[in-house]
Design a protein around this ligand. Structure first.
Ligand code: SF4
Length: 181
């Protein structure tokens, strides 16, 4: 099967400082089946909403930006457009950009190929995963990079090496890189 050339987006933010450390380009995919009560982006849930964009146009836009230190894939649910996000992620990594990804699924499920057999490949392209659904009762504005305390900010490189979940730690050079980079 041929690779997707388009992706359905809820939107983008060219200068995000809330979707990971530093100045980042955030890509919000359209469509999410988790239906978390209190969802921060309920308009991003319908799979048929949003705008269809050419993946290469997004890559060109990020390359032309020149200011961002990394890219964050969020949503919506990136792993429910796994093939398109994988194409995008590979192109961004080829540019040397750091990549964070948010998901309502758990790391262990994604590693096991749920909800998409390509999920492990998409994880392998990313540096940090913020996982798990948003739980309104566990919401706090004091949490760094996540909305509720059940969610985990996972250092994927360290987790791959350890064969177990390693949480992301800020380094002395915060906010640019975690300690394991
Ligand atoms: S995973 Fe995120 S986008 Fe999806 S319903 Fe939950 S809070 Fe909303």
């Amino acid at each position: 099967m041929s690779e997707p050339t388009t992706i359905r987006l809820y939107g983008t933010a060219a200068d995000s400082i809330v979707d990971g450390p530093g100045l980042r380009y955030a890509v919000f995919v359209q469509g999410c089946t988790h239906e978390c009560p209190g969802c921060h982006n309920p308009e991003s849930q319908p799979a048929c909403g949003g705008t269809v964009r050419a993946i290469d146009d997004i890559v060109d836009e990020i390359e032309a930006n020149g200011l961002v230190g990394g890219v964050t894939l969020s949503g919506g649910e990136p792993f429910e457009q796994c093939a398109a996000c994988l194409v995008l992620a590979r192109k961004l990594k080829a540019q040397g950009l750091g990549l964070w990804i948010y998901s309502g699924y758990l790391y262990e499920d994604l590693l096991a190929g749920r909800p998409d057999p390509l999920a492990p490949e998409l994880l392998a392209c990313c540096d940090v995963l913020v996982d798990g659904p948003f739980v309104q009762a566990l919401n706090s504005y004091d949490l760094a990079w996540k909305g509720s305390s059940n969610q985990r900010v996972i250092d994927l490189a360290a987790s791959r090496e350890a064969g177990a979940v390693v949480l992301w730690q800020t380094s002395d050079s915060f906010p640019e890189v975690p300690a394991s980079w």
